[in-house]
Design a binder for this molecule. Sequence first.
Ligand SMILES: NC(=O)c1ccc[n+]([C@@H]2O[C@H](COP(=O)([O-])OP(=O)(O)OC[C@H]3O[C@@H](n4cnc5c(N)ncnc54)[C@H](OP(=O)(O)O)[C@@H]3O)[C@@H](O)[C@H]2O)c1
Length: 293
Amino acid sequence: MRRVLVIGAKGMLGKDLVEILRSSSRSDQNSDREVFGWDIDDIDIQEESITVARIESLRPDTVINLAAYTDVDGCESHEEKAFAINAEGMRHVALGALRCRAKVVYLSTDYVFDGKKRGPYLEDDSPHPLSVYGRSKWKGEQYVQDLVEDALIVRTQWLYGKYGKNFVTSILRLAREKKVLSIVNDQVGSPTFTIDLSRAISVLIRRDARGVFHVANSGLCTWYTFGQEILKLSGMEEVKIVPISSEELGRPAPRPSYSVLSTEKLKRETGMTLRPWSEALREYLDGLGEREG
Ligand SMILES: NC(=O)c1ccc[n+]([C@@H]2O[C@H](COP(=O)([O-])OP(=O)(O)OC[C@H]3O[C@@H](n4cnc5c(N)ncnc54)[C@H](OP(=O)(O)O)[C@@H]3O)[C@@H](O)[C@H]2O)c1
């Protein structure tokens, strides 16, 4: 039996990914895969010896590390914690995986780029993170690349999913409370649905992909146009949105003004293109409606 271990399994992406990996194993009669999901209650990846020992005792064939300190603004004032989890934590996971010769998959971010390119970022473009979060994730990537031969790094962006607080749920909540919302209009990216990302990760693992892959829903927008689409699809167009600049919003962490990820490599090597972000958003919002209704 092949063992796949997901660390960070109770997070927004983790819950969907574990479900999708399990259901794809059930539907494939030839699959001999068992999926394990661990989170902070099972293992604190900041602890080197415990992390290495626990992974070694499970003897997985693949370890997928999603566990992270994902509060981008919080990372600015807690740099030590950001590096302890996002970088050193990844190193500890890699050391455990090495003991079992397991494949390592690490989830990284568009925030490793500075946004100055003004065109979709390719996998081998040089990272130059602007924020502590981006620097800590880039360091995590470097550990994976340096330590593990059979490594897959998936960079993604602007995630939303049914299991976590995210931009979509925040906009819906604010739209119920206020008549006017202010949303940033000078950052460009691709909103990505955790279900679509999870399916792509599942395919990449099945194909034993290695190296860096960018995975995101297709198309691009700003947070402002993303907000407009959320309100339109939710029938809340009466709520007014005012476009503002990142400077006006004044968040602690600087973000890239343009961080669209080119997914041409994914298409070339797997034939896969994720659907347009607005289509994925519609399905997500339909699902939210069903759960609430
Ligand atoms: N969200 C995005 O837009 C986005 C974009 C690009 C890349 N990513 C990457 O994608 C991955 C998944 O993101 P997500 O949004 O699903 O994150 P998430 O919801 O914050 O999930 C991360 C999970 O890891 C757990 N965790 C935190 N510290 C840990 C530790 N020391 N040991 C073990 N588990 C720990 C968290 O527990 P607690 O909740 O208790 O802390 C949480 O359950 C992350 O690696 C993130 O960097 C996310």
